[in-house]
Structures are given as C-alpha cells and as structure tokens.
Design a protein around this ligand. Structure first.
Ligand SMILES: Nc1nc2c(c(=O)[nH]1)N[C@H]1C(S)=C(S)[C@@H](COP(=O)(O)O)O[C@H]1N2
Ligand SMILES: [Mo]
Length: 319
C-alpha cells in the first residue's frame, strides 16, 4: 500500500509553525506552577521523558494543540464525564506495573508486561489530527509503536478477523466506575486489517513524554481516521476474534455510533452535523480555546492512506 507522508491537504496556513512545542510545554509548566495549576489539575505534574524516540515525517507540517489543552480537555469516563474531570481525577490510576492479557485466535497468548510489549527502540513520534465525535479536533504528537508490530508477534491465526480491546476495571483506581455512566469495562474493536494498518498506533506517550494518566496511561489506541472514541485508553486486554467484537458507544446507542466510526463529513450524527469541526488549539491560556470552524475531511484527511480498506463497502450502512 502506498503511504504518502505529506500532501497539500495536510497543511493549513494557520497551522504552519516554526515554534517548538517542547518550548510551549516548558512554558506551560512554569506558568502552571506559578498560578497553582498543578494543584488544581494534579494529573498534569511533569512526566518522565521518553528516550530514543524516532522522529517521523507524519504530520511534520501540522501545529500541535497546546500541551495544556491536550491534557485538560479529555474524554475518559472512568474519571468522570466532564472534560476537565480526567485531569483532576486520574491521579489515582497506577500505570506501573502494568500487564496486558492477550487471548483468542493467536498462537502466542498469555500475560505480558508493559516492558515486554513496548521496547524503547521501537518508539516513534507521529503528529496526527484527531477528531472527536463531538465535533472538536486536536493535533497531537503521539509517541508509540505501530499496533501491527505489536500484534504480529502474537502470531494471529487465520481465524483472527477482528481485534478486541478492553480498559482496566478497578473502581479504586478509576472512581468514575463506581457509577454506571457506561457499561464497564470500556471495550472497543477493529477489523484485523484496520488494526494492522501502518497508521494505527499503540501510543505510550505524547509530546515526547510518558502518557499522562488522563490520556490513557500507560498505553492506548490511536486510529486517526476514526472518531476519537475508538482510541480506547489504559488497555489491559487484547483478544483476537473471529466475530465482530462489541464496542462501548455502539452498545450504548447503536443508531448514533457504528462499529466502524470512520470520520465521515457526509454522514451526520442523528443529533448534529459532522460536516465541520472546531479545532482546539489551546492557545492563549490554560482553558481550551476553540478556533474557527473548519470543514471536516473524509477519513479525517487520511483518505489516501485508508480508502482501500473500505473498497466496495456502503459507508452509510457500515458507519
Ligand atoms: N477507556 C476509555 N477510553 C476512551 C474514552 C473513555 O471514556 N474511556 N473516551 C474516548 C473518547 S470519546 C475520546 S475523544 C478519546 C479522547 O482522548 P484524549 O483525552 O487523549 O484526547 O478517548 C477515547 N478513549
Ligand atoms: Mo470523543
């Protein structure tokens, strides 16, 4: 498959920058400390820098959303349903040590430690556009490994048509689970070819640092051509399946959220339009600032890379 790293549609004039976002990050920590921000948002305390990250051309022309917006405007219902709840509440999560169970249609199943699954030399950075189903978007510099590289070593069998993922269940670590906001655990799934697609990442960090708890420490899925809710956080189980696995929002409201959930400006959500989005740049302070509405692109701008996956499929039916 042809993967092009840069194309004209990747670049909006407003996104071109020479400013280093690491600078932005340091400035933020200083400001946050000065105004007591890390006390208000305990989960934004400095995280460990990840070593040896391979830079890639992915999204190099995009200007990342500010670190503060990426870490204080979140969806992570295990810590509350409000956008600032995860950054205030996720400090109870214990991402170390971490174990992931691998099960189902594969030759090598069992329990694997984080260290076993993610080798430092594999880490690469990719800046992706991310589109939430709620019609806001961000640009996030992820650090991770291609999910396919992680999955291949389990030797999936010919029966592995899908991959299912589960988030941790532990109401002590995840106090939002004391209430039935969703059916716990949060679950998600991909078709095997989507999981193996070179764009799909198992992310373990952002902005060159270990994954903040509110963003899904220690590892979470990143599928940039799908709505954000497919990016399941704090994964503890991966199962290769023959049948399409359940997905949390699809179970919750099947008419509103399909299994595929590909970003599609032509298919509106029953309660709102998906034709445009409000980018969150986070510029100008700790509050997430919404920029001017922009048009949403088919497959979130990644159509060239992923169109082949859906050849011959009716995207209105399989939404
Ligand atoms: N376990 C779990 N994963 C989750 C969610 C959640 O509530 N629980 N929310 C999803 C939604 S709706 C979005 S938009 C993204 C947000 O990721 P971010 O907070 O890192 O931007 O996480 C997704 N993954
Ligand atoms: Mo979302």
């Amino acid at each position: 498959m042809l993967i092009r790293h840069k194309k004209a549609s990747d670049i909006l004039p407003s996104e071109i920058t020479s400013q280093s976002f690491y600078m932005n990050r340091r400035k933020f920590l200083t400001t946050a400390a000065a105004i007591g921000g890390t006390a208000m948002f305990p989960s934004i305390a400095p995280a460990a820098k990840l070593p040896d990250i391979k830079k890639t051309p992915w999204g190099e022309a995009l200007k990342p959303t500010s670190f503060e917006a990426v870490t204080t405007h979140n969806n992570f219902y295990e810590f509350g349903t409000g956008k600032t709840d995860p950054s205030r509440n996720a400090h109870t999560l214990k991402p170390k040590p971490w174990t992931v169970e691998v099960a189902g249609e594969a030759n090598k199943t069992g329990k694997f430690s984080y260290e076993d699954l993610v080798k430092p030399h594999q880490l690469e950075e990719r800046i992706y556009r991310m589109r939430c189903v709620e019609a806001w978007s961000m640009v996030i510099p992820w650090v991770g490994i291609p999910l396919g590289d992680m999955l291949k070593r389990f030797e999936p069998t010919a029966n592995a048509k899908y991959v299912a993922f589960e988030t941790l269940v532990d109401p002590e670590q995840m106090p939002g689970q004391k209430r039935p906001a969703l059916d716990w655990p949060y679950v998600e799934g991909l078709r095997i070819d989507e999981a193996m697609h070179p764009l799909t990442l198992m992310a373990v960090g952002i902005f060159g640092e270990e994954m903040p708890k509110q963003n899904g420490a220690p590892m979470r899925l990143v599928v940039p051509w799908k709505y954000g809710f497919k990016g399941i956080k704090s994964i503890v189980k991966i199962t290769f399946t023959e049948k399409q696995p359940p997905a949390t929002w699809n179970i919750q409201a099947p008419h509103e959220y399909g299994f595929y959930s590909n970003v599609n400006p032509k298919r509106d959500h029953p309660r709102w339009s998906q034709a445009s989005e409000r980018p969150i740049t986070g510029e100008g302070g700790i509050a997430a600032l919404f920029a001017k509405r922009i048009e949403t692109k088919m497959f979130n701008g990644y159509a060239e890379e992923v169109l082949d996956l859906y050849k011959g499929m009716d995207l209105n039916k399989y939404f």
